[in-house]
Design a protein around this ligand. Structure first.
Ligand SMILES: CC(C)(COP(=O)(O)OP(=O)(O)OC[C@H]1O[C@@H](n2cnc3c(N)ncnc32)[C@H](O)[C@@H]1OP(=O)(O)O)[C@@H](O)C(=O)NCCC(=O)NCCS
Length: 219
């Protein structure tokens, strides 16, 4: 009787995602390894063949992870913190969202769709609130004369030590070089070189040969 009650309790905790987040669990259809802490997170994982790994020391608060389709990879390196909230959405198949070590982020929406669509964020980045990163437009634009789609998905790469300000949107195909800063409310669509400050809609480089630090230095 006691054993039955313990089993019921364990199965209740498991269904509430509590134990799943504490222990590394290999799910029936995909690999899930969480070495960090998920607080008030929602996981909606459909399909099969996914690899999900949340590294040691990570803390994700109020984050929704929505994965549909086949064979996606979602990995987060050590000590990354989603402080306020986040939403990860992956569709179709063989997508990759790879987040490096020590990312500090307030509120982000990261989405891949189409086949082989990839978003990479490097190590030691700082990302403010209301930031959107899209590897795909999510819907098709068709050339009426050919019947072909003209807006393919394109990978997004954000380098190491990149600081992204409040309200920034980063569209498919964007590449942001190491140590760069993106000003608040910018729209990035294309290449931003390393060690530069870019602002505006669309974002243009206004300063070059810069680095940034999290602490406020007396100037
Ligand atoms: C990007 C940023 C850091 C640059 O600061 P800075 O190097 O001191 O830039 P300046 O204030 O010298 O501005 C340089 C020019 O860019 C313009 N500019 C600066 N930020 C801009 C922005 N976000 N959008 C549009 N233009 C901007 C300025 O108006 C100025 O234009 P001017 O030369 O025609 O006068 C800052 O403007 C910014 O966006 N800060 C907000 C960061 C944030 O979101 N923090 C949240 C905590 S993580």
């Amino acid at each position: 009787m006691l054993i039955k009650r313990i089993c019921n309790k364990l199965s209740y905790l498991y269904s509430k995602h509590i134990l799943r987040h504490i222990y590394n669990v290999r799910y029936r259809n995909y690999g899930f390894r969480c070495e960090g802490v998920l607080m008030n997170c929602q996981l909606n994982i459909q399909g099969a063949g996914h690899k999900i790994h949340i590294g040691k020391g990570c803390v994700l608060r109020n984050t929704r992870i929505e994965i549909a389709g086949e064979n996606h990879t979602f990995v987060i390196g050590e000590n990354t913190k989603f402080y306020d909230s986040g939403r990860i959405r992956m569709g179709d198949s063989h997508g990759v969202i790879s987040i490096g070590r020590n990312l500090a982020v307030s509120d982000i929406f990261l989405t891949t769709a189409d086949v082989n669509n990839k978003i990479t964020i490097g190590d030691d980045c700082l990302i403010s609130a209301k930031v959107i990163v899209r590897g795909s437009d999510g819907h098709s634009i068709i050339d009426d004369s050919t019947g072909r789609r003209i807006n393919p998905a394109k990978d997004v790469t954000i380098g190491d030590r990149v600081w992204i300000g409040y309200g920034v949107t980063i569209l498919k195909g964007s590449v942001i070089g190491d140590d760069s800063v993106i000003g608040t409310n910018a729209l990035v669509s294309g290449n931003i070189p390393a060690h530069s400050v870019a602002v505006g809609f669309p974002a243009k480089v206004i300063k070059e040969n810069i680095s940034w630090k999290e602490e406020r230095i007396k100037s």
